[in-house]
Design a protein around this ligand. Structure first.
Ligand SMILES: [Zn+2]
Ligand SMILES: [Zn+2]
Ligand SMILES: [Zn+2]
Length: 337
């Protein structure tokens, strides 16, 4: 059973993987499995993953066989385990609990050779719907407080399998970065009685402004944030106030989001020659529902610089690309339709 341990000074929780402890020689960088090798995510290999928890099979057919367009399975090597109780306990001044949670993989397409950005808009929307369905399902588990959806694309962004996929980790605690966003946006709301993210969207898209806007759609805005940590960091925010990602309910909204997400990923691919990247969906904690002060969003972070000593030691980031320049560059890219 993995263990969650809390730093007694700053309150940061870490996951200690007690069972898969690595020896010093086990830390060589893991190569991304190449297309010539065996791939557990390809059709025909459904029995090589744990049994699916979600699948889109437009043509029907039994679970755990081919015929799917999007498939979600538990991670074979989970960071947290779904079985068991939290068993919160202390050890002297330290706090810890069992590493209970969910760790799932969203296999975005049966096609091994494509990336998320290459999929048709309707298929990207099906992937986004799979995220939503899993968040809704995991929200029913009373032990879990947060569901983080994240994507590692490319070996330098942490992907260990080439076949395009997204991951989801549901945790019994609210991750620290989310807690900081929740606290900060609540303070802003207490002061101004407005959502800070709604204000950001309004200000960045106001007439005569738009220096940091990358692309827009009917219901969403993609922009370079005012204080980005990374070059070409891009956020996608809904224009309408919603605290939780799963509020994206109707198909029109999913398609609109899919269109803008694909648009942004294609711009980054063209501008930066298909860079490795991470994206995360920041949404409200599962039990908090529709907070008036928090506003869900996607943060896309191309992996162009290395996080090094200064960033690790200070939490400060040095970003060599002003967001106004990054947005201008990405806006200027002509996408082939
Ligand atoms: Zn594959
Ligand atoms: Zn808002
Ligand atoms: Zn965020």
């Amino acid at each position: 059973m993995p263990e969650l341990r809390k730093d007694p000074v700053v309150g940061r929780w870490v996951i200690i993987s007690t069972e898969r402890s690595r020896r010093p020689t086990n830390f060589e960088p893991a190569p991304v499995v190449k297309s010539t090798g065996f791939c557990p995510f390809c059709p025909g290999n459904e029995d090589k993953t744990p049994p699916e928890v979600y699948a889109l099979r437009p043509g029907g057919g039994p679970p755990n066989g081919p015929g799917w367009r999007v498939r979600v399975v538990p991670n074979k090597f989970p960071a947290l385990q779904i079985e068991g109780t939290l068993d919160r306990r202390g050890e002297g001044l330290y706090d810890k609990m069992n590493g209970v949670g969910a760790h799932e993989v969203v296999i975005e397409t049966p096609d091994h050779a494509v990336d998320l950005a290459d999929l048709p808009v309707a298929h990207v929307a099906e992937v986004l719907e799979a995220y939503r369905a899993r968040v809704v399902d995991l929200s029913r588990d009373r032990r879990l407080r947060y569901v983080l959806i994240f994507k590692n694309h490319g070996a330098n962004a942490g992907a260990t399998l080439e076949h395009t996929h997204t991951q989801l980790i549901a945790t019994p605690i609210i991750p620290r970065i989310l807690q900081e966003e929740l606290d900060g946006s609540r303070r802003y709301f207490e002061l101004k009685e407005r959502c800070v993210f709604c204000d950001i969207v309004a200000q960045e898209t106001a007439a005569g402004n738009g220096r940091r806007v990358v692309a827009t759609s009917e219901r969403f805005v993609a922009l370079a944030p005012f204080a980005p940590r990374f070059p070409f960091e891009t956020w996608i925010l809904p224009r309408r106030h919603d605290a939780a990602y799963q509020m994206v309910a109707d198909e029109g909204e999913l398609l609109d989001l899919a269109r803008l997400l694909k648009d942004v990923l294609m711009r980054l691919n063209l501008a930066l020659d298909r860079p490795p990247y991470n994206f995360v969906i920041h949404t409200s904690p599962v039990s908090d529902g529709d907070l008036e002060y928090y506003h869900w969003h996607i943060e896309i972070m191309p992996k162009l610089t290395r996080v090094a000593g200064f960033e690790i030691g200070s939490g400060f980031y040095i970003n060599p690309t002003p967001p106004e320049d990054a947005a201008q560059f990405l806006r200027g890219i002509t996408l082939e339709v």
